[in-house]
Design a protein around this ligand. Sequence first.
Ligand code: MG
Length: 395
Amino acid sequence: MTSENNDNIGLIIVAAGSGKRAGGEIPKQYQNLAGIPVLKHTLNALLPYFPSKNIRVVINEDHREHYEAISSGLNLPEPVSGGATRQESVFNGLSAFETAALNETNLPDYVLIHDAARPFVNKEIIAGITERLHKGAKGVIPAIQIVDTLKYAEDGIINHTVPRDNLYKVQTPQGFVFKELLEAHKNEVNFEHTDDAAVMEANNWQMMLSKGHENNFKITTSDDFKKAEHMIMNRLSDIRVGSGFDVHRFEAGDTVTLCGIDIPFSQKLMGHSDADVGMHALTDAILSAIAAGDIGTHFPPSDEKWKGAPSETFLRHASNLVTERGGMISHAGITLICEAPKIGPHKDAMRARIADILNIDIDRVSVQATTTEKLGFTGRGEGIAAQASATVRLP
Ligand code: MG
């Protein structure tokens, strides 16, 4: 299955919830999971199977900034503003397709609705749904049969045992014939349903089950985050360590830029770009870990284009190469070697800056400083050296 196969299928990703049961300041879909926001994991899992023009992500406008950061470079259509309830958010997503369509023939034939907080959706689950839709089903819902014994209880006291024979827990994505789902949503505007299958059921459409997967769980609690992180780490079992080294000499000036932080000083560092020796060493360390050449391979000093370029451009590029390979940077360590300026007061700002560029937690970034006891070129104050290491995990 490729994205071409699904050219007539729309995909709505519902990311408008304010889900804070997992803890944290921002909704769970924007929180980092193994260094990458949950929603980004979910997009990465789905993008290979759907043309990006067919995707609508429904967001809460309050979180647009988080969304823009995640979706930059993915070439997705404008996100859709969510509603007060999940149902309303899906309806807004469906309406966005309707608005975009010049006439009915441009509407997708089918639509899949997926929760942003289910990053482990896979090809088999999607195929199980789309195959049944193509065979004429009006709606297909991935489900798992309940195997645990079920009890009905009130105030901690069991009232009775519930027969579990025909009971299923359902997941997303849920797939539907587009027109029928849109119609059903219009009819149910004044009634609340917890999933789209229920909206269709209320309109007497027959819904069909397909095979769900235990891994396709919805991240809700902080325990779910731990479980999800464990699953991702298990998958990223190819662990690489890369190293990098760089030197820049001083020249007349008044500021040095180290690890993205401007420090007032009696000189500046001479170099082709902003001469951020720390970021250069780290960029090389990341490129080394994935054996992708060095900073000069990607940004030749002979190319005028990079003259004065901020070094974060280089670091972001190296980080993107890791992401493109489905990997993560699990640690970045930089040692700055100089007599002056003093690094200590700026260390945490440097760590925060690097963590921000790499989109990883700050506790995965270390900045250290040392002198060479007045020995050698750094000891004589002729320049600054930096060495770095990066640990990268690849699938
Ligand atoms: Mg350099």
